[in-house]
Design a protein around this ligand. Sequence first.
Ligand SMILES: Nc1nc2c(c(=O)[nH]1)N=C([C@H](O)[C@H](O)COP(=O)(O)OP(=O)(O)OP(=O)(O)O)CN2
Ligand SMILES: [Zn+2]
Length: 142
Amino acid sequence: MFKVKSQIEFDMAHYLSGYDGKCSNIHGHRYKLIVSVKSETLHQEGQLRGMVDDFGNIKARLKEIEDLYDHKLVIEDNEDGRLVAQKLSELPNAFKVMLVPYRPTAEEMSRDIFYKLKDMGLNVSEVELFETPTNSCTYSED
Ligand SMILES: Nc1nc2c(c(=O)[nH]1)N=C([C@H](O)[C@H](O)COP(=O)(O)OP(=O)(O)OP(=O)(O)O)CN2
Ligand SMILES: [Zn+2]
């Protein structure tokens, strides 16, 4: 089995609804996303000969993930989260808020990103999302 890895980083703020502690504040992280793409075989001909997939192709998919989350504020789509988003939308700042159907933890986000990349056609083996330099979650289905 071959596994190739590629990584990107993006800046994102989140709000953990119902969290008791310092992380109950809206706050942000410099996320690092490491994606592993797998294949039993290598391409035999053409541009991709000798490769699982072109790193350039994987990077292009990761850029779509980066563009989705970079400099956004991610909030859970529940009663509490919608209230926070509503109050922010009343300000003249045009905050970029993204509502998601889950609490935006490293665990939930890594699973969501795994399926987003699969939907883009990557044969994803594993997604590791670092929320801080020392805290990460890995999602895989192997
Ligand atoms: N299992 C999880 N636990 C926590 C998550 C998470 O996604 N999954 N997220 C948070 C907060 O987002 C928080 O920002 C990160 O937590 P923390 O441990 O406080 O990280 P720090 O690096 O900022 O810790 P310090 O040692 O205080 O610097 C909480 N838990
Ligand atoms: Zn956090």
